[in-house]
Ligand binder design. Structure first.
Ligand SMILES: Nc1ncnc2c1ncn2[C@@H]1O[C@H](COP(=O)(O)OP(=O)(O)OP(=O)(O)O)[C@@H](O)[C@H]1O
Length: 587
């Protein structure tokens, strides 16, 4: 087993690459930190002169010069402190923006097989809460850390210069500090990890409750969610209290180390003054002030290390995603002139690595043909189409387009060539126009309208007060299921791909609109490859080939008439539906 890395090591290894681009800002921040520290050390040393050379010697002239020096040093220190703050904040904000951008950018490139196993709320929590934790660490704790280290180093060096004997009394405080840090740091870290987990579970629950609010209301289960929220909020509160206790305990232990030193210092220096007349009273007072100047950064360091424990938990969570391999991309470009000859060769696939959802799929879709996938629910039709878009990769076998294995293709060129109308329409909370433009950002107004006319949705859009500028709510909630489906088809028409994949594209439309829409689809995509999943078999009677699936296997394929003649599963499904349709018509 490798050596377990400490919190600070984890933080620095991960964060330093992000800090590198801003080295010039950090240099400025460091220079101003040094200036402000020197100003503080010098202003305190003036106390020695005030006591020994002004007060005890009753020298008024020197009093005024000392006051002027004090004012000049203080102003320099304050301005330098302000500049230091400015540069550190700039670094912090830039680094956090970079990390957040990288994380969000990476998450969208993660393979579907990874994403289906993580909760949306967890992703949101990592991108927002965990990155915000990091922001605290970089923006404020980093300033404190560097300031504290520079102050400690500066003060200790100065103490050695002015009185090495007194300085030696203070030195053992450093190893004692380290012992406390090492003992308590991991404990605080563990509690911090648990707090972050609870936070993400709560976000996840909230996210689910908001997106499923209609179902929750319909089933009258508000109380169940309310109870779950209550429990989660309690758990979060409990663990947060534990975290706060652990962090305070760590700070307190620091003070336990530090306070005795004040006593030790006064006893020893007082004894030397009485017996040897040295150090001078001014030096003793100045040293006593330096001691408190040392105590503050030392205590701050304690606090910072407990914050580091929390930040390292967040960093681990952020980098758990960043370290996950993105979707594998190929090298070859699928030409724009793709013919659309699609072939599945001995394809096996399973979502969980155990149960095969697709078994030995061998399927040819001739270029320019329309092929319909039909079969009982759960037989693997949607999965078959997902593999073509490389949302998932086959476990065995391969899929080719125009003879090229799609695993070799760049995802961009592959997905550019394929239009997709999914089973569940996803629309963004934006205007209708913006939603359509996702399919082709450079489409003209005329092209947009043309696509919508073909998708039988133009008249409806024009009847809305804001027309194409109507904002349709999250997931298109302000539209009916059929309207959403037609917009989804309009998007596919606008994209104008060489290969079109549709998953029950018209399931929510009335028979008349459905017939008109199919006519438009057939006309627009004539000569292009179309793969359509259909439950309503009447819509795919004219398909060039109908592929019947059952339990992950292709059990029949042929044209409508051939399959009816064969009197197998397709015929059974078709007659069943036909009877149902007739019954509905009679009613
Ligand atoms: N993301 C997923 N993770 C795990 N299993 C899945 C996932 N999606 C689908 N499945 C399972 O894979 C099998 C095939 O599902 P698929 O959606 O391909 O069937 P389908 O024929 O399209 O069904 P339907 O006609 O109901 O849409 C089902 O048993 C389903 O439970």
């Amino acid at each position: 087993m490798g050596k377990k890395k400490g919190n600070s090591e984890i933080i620095w290894n991960r964060i330093i690459p992000f800090l590198k681009p801003y080295w010039h800002l950090e240099l400025f921040a460091f220079i101003f930190t040094v200036i402000s520290t020197i100003a503080t050390v010098l202003s305190m040393w003036l106390i020695k002169y005030l006591m020994d050379d002004v007060l005890i010697a009753k020298n008024v002239k020197l009093l005024f010069s000392l006051c002027l020096s004090f004012a000049a040093i203080s102003i320099t220190g304050t301005v330098a402190g302000f500049a230091r703050q400015y540069f550190f904040s700039k670094v912090g904000q830039n680094v956090v923006a970079d990390i957040r951008f990288k994380l969000i950018n990476h998450v969208v490139k993660l393979p579907q097989s990874f994403l289906i196993n993580v909760k949306t709320g967890d992703i949101i929590s990592r991108c927002m809460n965990d990155v915000a934790n990091l922001q605290n660490i970089i923006s404020s704790s980093l300033i404190d850390l560097i300031t504290s280290v520079v102050t400690i180093v500066g003060v200790v060096a100065w103490l050695f210069i002015v009185d090495w004997r007194l300085a030696c009394i203070l030195l053992p405080v450093v190893p004692l500090f380290l012992i406390v840090l090492k003992a308590l740091g991991p404990k605080v870290g563990n509690v911090s990890v648990k707090t972050q987990q609870k936070m993400s579970e709560t976000t996840s629950l909230l996210q689910q409750a908001v997106s499923g609010i209609e179902i929750i209301k319909n089933f009258l289960v508000e109380h169940i969610f309310s109870r779950k929220f209550h429990n989660k909020a309690r758990e979060l509160a409990d663990i947060s209290v534990k975290q706060s206790i652990a962090m305070n305990a760590m700070n307190m232990m620091g003070w336990f180390v530090i306070y005795p030193y004040e006593i030790v210092f006064f006893v020893i220096s007082g004894y030397w003054y009485i017996t040897q007349g040295k150090p001078t009273i001014g030096t003793m007072f100045a040293f006593s002030n330096y001691l408190s100047l040392l105590l503050n950064p030392a205590a701050t360091l304690m606090g910072i290390f407990s914050q580091f424990s929390q930040a390292s938990a967040s960093i681990k969570r952020i980098f758990e995603y960043l370290d996950h391999e993105p979707e594998r991309d190929g090298q070859r470009e699928l030409p724009d002139s793709v013919q659309g000859y699609v072939r599945y060769e001995g394809v096996y696939f399973s979502y969980d690595g155990q149960k095969d959802v697709l078994k030995d799929i061998n399927l040819v879709v001739e270029a320019g043909h329309m092929v319909a996938l039909v079969g009982p629910t759960g037989s693997g039709k949607t999965t078959l189409t997902r593999l073509l878009m490389r949302l998932y990769a086959p476990d065995r076998g391969r899929i080719t387009i125009d003879g090229i294995d799609i695993a070799e293709l760049t995802l961009k060129s592959l997905r550019k060539s394929i239009g997709w109308v999914p089973q569940e329409t996803y629309l963004f909370d934006a205007s209708i126009r913006e939603n359509l433009l996702y399919a082709r950002p450079d489409a003209t107004e005329q092209e947009i309208e043309e696509a919508c006319k073909k998708a039988q949705i133009h008249n409806f859009i024009m009847s809305l007060p804001d027309g194409y500028d109507t904002v349709i709510g999250e997931r298109g909630i302000k539209l009916s299921g059929g309207e959403r489906q037609r917009l989804s088809i309009a998007r596919a028409i606008l994209k104008d791909p060489n290969i079109l994949v549709m998953d029950e594209p018209t399931s929510e439309l009335d028979a008349l609109t459905e017939a008109a829409l199919w006519e438009a689809i057939n006309k627009h995509f004539k000569g292009r490859t179309v793969l359509v999943v259909a439950h309503r078999l009447s819509t795919v009677r004219s398909a060039d080939k109908i592929v019947v699936m059952e339990k992950g296997c292709i059990v029949e394929e042929g044209r409508h008439e051939e399959l009816l003649e064969r009197n197998g599963l397709y015929a059974k499904l078709y007659h069943k539906q036909f009877e149902k349709d007739e019954q509905i018509a009679v009613m």
